[in-house]
Write a protein that binds this ligand. Structure first.
Ligand SMILES: NC(=O)c1ccc[n+]([C@@H]2O[C@H](COP(=O)([O-])OP(=O)(O)OC[C@H]3O[C@@H](n4cnc5c(N)ncnc54)[C@H](O)[C@@H]3O)[C@@H](O)[C@H]2O)c1
Ligand SMILES: [Zn+2]
Length: 364
């Protein structure tokens, strides 16, 4: 196969080392490689969802079978609702019924929902079996497939149940992005631009063009950013990994307050970034021109940066204070003083957030 633009990034820190491979058309030829990095077992489960499986499962399964692996499949309904303990049980029961054991492995084929759910099933089945991530959304390729956070939602909140369980390999096949709806691609660009704000100012201006000209290079650059941050703080104990939450404090509140289905995650994060940029300007000295440059880059991806008038501070603030990022009543807010760098601040007040929300509601 012609593969001029194959990129490889290694996620590495004590006790963990795995490759993220990025390129066009990788998925149908990955079977042997996946088998060998997942312990060489002869049986596997491919977990996917109802949108992705009809498009890509056959090629992946054929490649695994060609490598001598007996493959069973479990297809969950597409959508966030599948990130549940019930669905974890369904995947685990399929593994038991299919005769999988400790020598078997799992392959997660899909977006962040499948990756988080299947990764968690791999973490707990027989106290943990190896797994591969085959992310098929931009968000999953630049963000959720890397870093080892797995888990599901509980009735009381998102991502409340989970485990750190790193994949043995991540294979980001950029050709899968061709079937992603435009809106789904754009929401992934919110995480790309977030990476720009916290680590790579050049991305803010270059990401849009790269998304057209060289997606593999764009994804590799983002994976390298996430990999470096994860390696510095694998289990989010030092506050470094928390930098990845830029825009997410208010973004999560918007997601929650707006209700399921109104905004995609990346769209809510884009509005959350608009608020975080304003607070960065007023409290951390982020130059107004850098704020505008970032807002322009978000707009260029058709991402919203203006908060709708119905999502008032009165509605958003309570949702924000329920967020798990508020440790013992102190607000931990990620700010940037200059594009490409970020820090966790504990001095942001409720008043500052309110002002910035009002600002992001009135200004287009
Ligand atoms: N583990 C982490 O570190 C981490 C980080 C960020 C987000 N997440 C989680 O990721 C999830 C969101 O991920 P997502 O945005 O990928 O959502 P998703 O998995 O729901 O995928 C979005 C939609 O696109 C469809 N789809 C996926 N790939 C496709 C393709 N190639 N062609 C056509 N359709 C396709 C899916 O079926 C789904 O309907 C959330 O649950 C979030 O909590 C986890
Ligand atoms: Zn996010």
């Amino acid at each position: 196969m012609m593969n001029a633009a194959l990129h490889s990034v290694r996620v590495q820190f004590p006790g963990v080392s795995y490759e993220v491979r990025i390129g066009e058309g990788l998925l149908g030829a990955a079977g042997q490689e996946i088998r060998s990095v997942c312990g060489g077992g002869s049986a596997a489960i491919v977990v996917s969802d109802s949108n992705v499986a009809p498009l890509y499962a056959a090629a992946l399964c054929a490649s695994l079978e060609g490598a001598g692996v007996r493959v069973i499949r479990e297809i969950v309904p597409a959508g966030e609702a599948s990130k549940s303990l019930d669905m974890v049980a369904r995947v685990c029961n399929a593994m038991i019924a299919g005769g999988l054991d400790r020598t078997s492995f799992l392959v997660a084929l899909g977006g962040g929902v499948v990756g988080d759910l299947a990764g968690f099933a791999a973490a707990i089945f027989q106290r943990g079996i190896p797994y591969a991530q085959i992310p098929t959304t931009l968000l999953a390729q630049v963000d959720s497939s890397v870093g080892g956070k797995t888990g599901v939602n509980a009735p009381g909140g998102k991502n409340l149940l989970g485990a750190f369980h790193h994949p043995a390999i991540v294979i980001a096949d950029t050709s899968t992005l061709a079937t992603l709806p435009q809106r789904g691609f754009c929401e992934g660009m919110a995480e790309v631009l977030k990476h720009g704000v916290i680590r790579d100012a050049g991305l803010i201006v270059e990401a849009g063009a790269l998304a057209h000209s060289d997606r593999a290079a764009l994804i590799a650059r983002n994976v390298a950013i996430k990999a470096a941050i994860v390696a510095d703080d694998p289990e989010e104990r030092l506050g470094l990994r928390a930098l990845l939450n830029f825009g997410h404090t208010v973004g999560h509140a918007i997601e929650q307050a707006a209700g399921y289905g109104r905004f995609l995650h990346g769209e809510a994060i884009s509005m959350g970034m608009a608020v975080a940029l304003r607070i960065s300007q007023s409290l951390a000295g982020l130059p107004a021109a850098e704020v505008q440059r970032t807002l322009d880059a978000l707009r260029a991806q058709q991402l919203p940066v203006q908060i709708p008038a119905d999502l008032t501070p009165k509605i958003l603030l309570p949702a924000l204070f329920r967020d798990k990022k508020f440790q013992s009543g102190r607000i931990r807010f990620v700010l940037s003083s200059s594009l490409g760098t970020a820090f966790v601040s504990e001095t942001v007040t409720e008043h500052d957030i309110r002002e910035a929300i009002v600002g992001a509601t009135s200004e287009p």
